[in-house]
Design a protein around this ligand. Structure first.
Ligand SMILES: Nc1ncnc2c1ncn2[C@@H]1O[C@H](COP(=O)(O)OP(=O)(O)OP(=O)(O)O)[C@@H](O)[C@H]1O
Ligand SMILES: [Mg+2]
Length: 471
């Protein structure tokens, strides 16, 4: 056997070369169980098996209270999306605070307060934090500093293969690894021996398969499940080969699922495509989609991307339009999600409306990156709005960009805010060469100091510590 096979709990899933990682995390769970809480960071490239490791751990620890949430890579994330997911699952004071629109300091406190209360180990999983919004990163930092007093295990998974040098997650990780509660696991691709074991009986050449996939378990299993006689030229081809056998209407349903995102509500998919439950069963049978108990999801984000990228642009627009309408009909209150589909559908009015709401919510939760992205999206669709409204959007953008220390872009946005305001007031000062003093725009935000004093000195001084509210 290649370095140990962890299939004691569920023989259907073969996890190779992960026994020592599982043993380590199991040991940290025991420490957390004793009241010395742990934060476990699980790192590794896309498809290396982070989620599979967490699932295997969960299968072996049924006495713990598990709460699983994930960050979404499809669109500008909803600030604190994972925390809202957790609140839906644990209920209690946390959910009450979420429903009441509490600020993030109260939300963070409510979550911490609810951990380990019932005498069982609380295991919180936050998957894919490389996509986390800024407020969620602050939540990790907040919990990381306090977990050692709580009967809780927090597992955060992330891809470490595409983190830019200045990725905000890197800074948070630097902080987290200094905390006494933090432990780290980095997953490596599989060896040739493990690939040989997985490929046994397939007729494929294990060495060639290892070369093609680099030992990445997702690619290895994707190629094996495609059932081709020879190793395909790329793992992308392997995924498309699995979708190729579907009849037209089911392929269209699969495409729509890819455009809905990581998590696909079956009811939404049925509304958008008219697909019957039997059709969904057939999609599940391809192995590309899996049913996680309440929702459908792609077996893997890499497979979702492959299917999404193969959808022709003109068809995608119509699908996004139907998704937007269906979400509206069920009263979806996630403005980030609505704004994404509205933009992709080319619905300017809806994109502006939802992006503006999403930006305001992100400002309220101090998710500056997401707020800036939503202001930018709103401005892309602000062609028809009045100058005062456009000035407000630019002012909001300038404030968020300055908090992100992107001073040049902030100064540019502040300038646009002021010139929009000038043109709004133009009729009241005809014949003058300079505008009158402006009130109501750029008077209170960091953008104002950039505008008046230049980016370096005053704007730097105006940047507050983003996590100070949570200490
Ligand atoms: N150790 C392993 N042995 C055999 N197969 C594995 C192993 N780890 C993962 N797999 C297979 O690879 C697939 C991809 O794994 P998984 O989804 O856990 O990757 P991931 O690291 O979470 O990827 P991502 O970063 O995209 O979320 C799994 O569905 C599983 O079938
Ligand atoms: Mg994963």
């Amino acid at each position: 056997m290649a370095g140990g096979e962890s299939e004691r709990d569920d023989p259907a899933v073969r996890l190779l070369e992960r026994d020592s990682c599982l043993a380590s995390v199991g040991g940290w769970a025991a420490e957390a169980q004793a009241g010395d809480g742990r934060l476990v960071l699980v790192a590794g490239e896309a498809g290396v098996g982070k989620s599979a490791l967490v699932e295997r751990l969960r299968a072996g620890r049924t006495a713990d209270r598990w709460t699983v949430s994930a960050c979404d890579g499809l669109f500008t994330p909803r600030p604190l999306g994972p925390l809202f997911d957790i609140a839906d699952q644990v209920g209690g004071g946390l959910r009450d605070q979420c429903n009441a629109g509490a600020g993030r300091a109260e939300l963070f406190r409510a979550l911490l307060h609810q951990l380990g209360l019932r005498g069982v180990l609380d295991v919180l999983v936050v998957e894919d934090v490389h996509w986390a919004d800024e407020a969620t990163l602050d939540l990790l930092r907040y919990l990381g500093r306090r977990l050692h007093r709580v009967r809780a295990l927090l597992i955060a998974t992330y891809r470490d293969d595409s983190l830019a040098a200045d990725d905000p997650l890197r800074i948070v990780l630097g902080d987290l690894v200094r905390q006494r509660a933090t432990r780290q696991v980095t997953l490596e691709p599989l060896s040739v021996a493990a690939v040989r074991e997985l490929a046994a009986g397939s007729g494929l050449d294990p060495a060639a398969l290892h070369r093609l996939t680099g030992g990445n378990p997702f690619y290895v299993t994707e190629v094996l499940q495609a059932g081709t006689a020879a190793v395909p030229v790329s793992a992308r081809d392997a995924t498309l080969a699995r979708a190729a056998g579907l009849p037209g209407e089911l392929r269209a349903t699969l495409d729509a699922a890819a455009l809905i995102g990581n998590r696909v509500e079956p009811g939404l998919l049925a509304t958008v495509t008219g697909c019957s439950p039997a059709g969904i069963d057939r999609l599940l049978a391809t192995g590309l989609l899996v049913d996680d108990g309440s929702d459908l999801r792609f077996r893997h984000e890499i497979a979702r991307l492959v299917v999404q990228d193969a959808v022709a642009a003109h068809r995608g627009t119509g699908v996004h339009r139907r998704i937007l309408a269906a979400l509206r009909d069920v009263g979806c209150d996630d403005d980030s999600r609505m704004a994404f589909h509205a933009e992709a559908a080319g619905d300017a009015a809806a994109a502006l409306r939802h992006a503006r709401s999403a930006a305001r919510r992100a400002v309220g939760l101090a998710s500056h990156r997401e707020a800036a992205a939503q202001f930018q999206r709103a401005l892309r669709f602000a062609g028809g709005v009045g100058t005062i409204e456009r000035a407000e959007l630019y002012e909001g953008l300038a404030a968020e960009l300055s908090l992100l220390e992107r001073y040049e872009a902030a100064a540019d946005a502040a300038e646009r805010a002021l010139s929009s305001n000038r043109s709004a007031r133009a009729p009241s000062w005809p014949g003058r060469t300079r505008p009158p003093p402006i009130s109501g725009c750029c008077t209170t935000s960091p953008a104002r100091s950039i505008w008046h004093d230049g980016p370096r000195t005053s704007a730097t001084a105006s940047v507050p510590a983003t996590s100070s509210a949570t200490r």
